[in-house]
Ligand binder design. Structure first.
Ligand code: PLP
Length: 383
């Protein structure tokens, strides 16, 4: 049933020959295709100079919106290309009126850029509720239900927690938000690419993600989805000339936003990153997010089995359907272990009290074996 040539796809990522690389949670591998696309970008720059903008670069940006829209089941007009998650968050939240509804609900397991963003708005009278996690793995839906009310503007949380790999039920959160007249904003950075999503079906209002990790597109690119029905009502105050409906009129007196999600794209795009990013998206779309998920689930379960056998303590969601490609191994000195593994050319990531091991579709069970053997040698007796 599995017709995909995983060994062939592995060849697409030459960096995998240089180390045992199990760190897509931090940075996805560079594909030959992304490299070639960036070289092509530079060739166009050399050969056509400023004409590249209209002849190629802005078209590439549009094609990238289309490729991303395809991946999440959106319309390209609902997609903006941004330089990073933080600036996407800034643009979109600058268009929300927190005077009417003054509460934003996040969780302690979310990536801090999300909580920082709303904490910084306390001087505007915004109340940030950061829900605690009872088990350090997830935040139950009931905890959201207890606080979300008519004063909530936004539930803002991740689909996959960077801290635990837990996959949240964003469809249930969307329903909860909507029942209370609030919106759901999803930080999807640790999910898109590795865990499929259909934004229409899940009824997410705003989704932000980026190229760095599971979308194997490198730094400098993020993707912002805003549900069609919302776009017209959102007028960002973090804005610029690329947001203007008639950008090239250069009329300094009137600001008229674009009709579509491009109204959130304030300034000159990061074109090299767009070339790399689109190539990454194409690979995920070609393989199919469902196949990526199946393959990475197989590798994760293999890894979990090996680690459990050796007695390691994992921060692991109980239900395999809520596990992603991020496996958290609790260790006393993650810094030293990560460094010692790197000396053996085994690349994993560290976080306080744990290492994160994240096999992706291009990895193998042999690599899982290598990391678990090395980990056992390094930590024997200390766990
Ligand atoms: C869940 C999540 N959100 C956001 C980011 C990064 O945000 P930004 O693109 O603003 O650097 C990361 C990066 O590690 C992340 O894991």
């Amino acid at each position: 049933m599995n017709q995909i040539d995983w060994a062939g796809w592995r060849e697409e990522f030459p960096g995998l020959r240089l180390s045992t690389y199990l760190n897509t949670v931090s940075l996805g591998q560079l594909s030959r295709r992304s490299r070639a696309a960036m070289v092509h970008f530079m060739d166009l720059w050399t050969e056509t100079g400023s004409a590249a903008w209209y002849a190629y670069w802005l078209k590439e940006q549009q094609a990238t919106r289309e490729e991303f829209a395809r991946l999440i089941g959106a319309d390209p007009q609902e997609v903006a290309i941004m330089p990073n998650v933080s600036s996407a968050l800034g643009a979109v939240s600058s268009s929300l009126d927190f005077a009417k509804r003054s509460q934003v609900v996040t969780t302690a397991l979310d990536f801090p850029t999300l909580t920082y963003h709303f904490l910084a708005k306390d001087r505007e009278g915004l109340e940030s509720v950061i829900l605690a996690s009872p088990d350090g793995i997830q935040v139950p839906l009931a905890a959201f239900e207890r606080v979300v009310s008519a004063k909530t503007a936004l539930i803002a949380t991740s689909r996959v927690y960077f801290t635990t790999g837990f996959i949240q039920d964003v469809a249930a959160l969307a329903q909860l938000a909507h029942r209370n007249g609030a919106l759901l904003l999803v930080d999807d950075y640790q999910a898109t690419g590795q865990v499929p999503i259909d934004v229409r079906r899940t009824e997410v209002d705003i989704l932000i993600t980026g190229g760095l990790k599971w979308l194997i597109g490198g730094p400098g690119i993020a993707y912002l989805y805003v549900r069609r029905e919302l776009i017209q009502s959102l007028k960002p105050t973090v804005t610029g000339w690329f947001s203007h409906a008639r950008q090239f009129d250069f009329d300094p007196h009137h600001l008229e936003f674009r009709e579509d999600a491009r109204r959130f794209e304030a300034g000159t795009p990061s074109v090299a990153s767009i070339y790399a990013g689109r190539a990454g998206l194409q690979i995920i779309n070609e393989i199919g997010a469902v196949n990526v998920r199946r393959r990475s689930a197989e590798l994760r379960e293999d890894l979990v089995g090996r680690l459990t056998e050796r007695g390691y303590r994992l921060r692991l969601p109980a239900d395999p359907d809520t596990r992603s490609g991020i496996t958290i191994v609790e260790l006393e000195d993650p810094m030293a272990v990560t460094r010692a593994l790197a000396e053996r050319r085994i690349i994993v990531d560290k976080r306080p009290g744990a290492v994160r091991i994240s096999p992706y579709f291009y990895n193998t069970t042999e690599e899982n074996e290598i990391v678990v053997e090395a980990l056992t040698e390094l930590t024997r007796g200390s766990w």
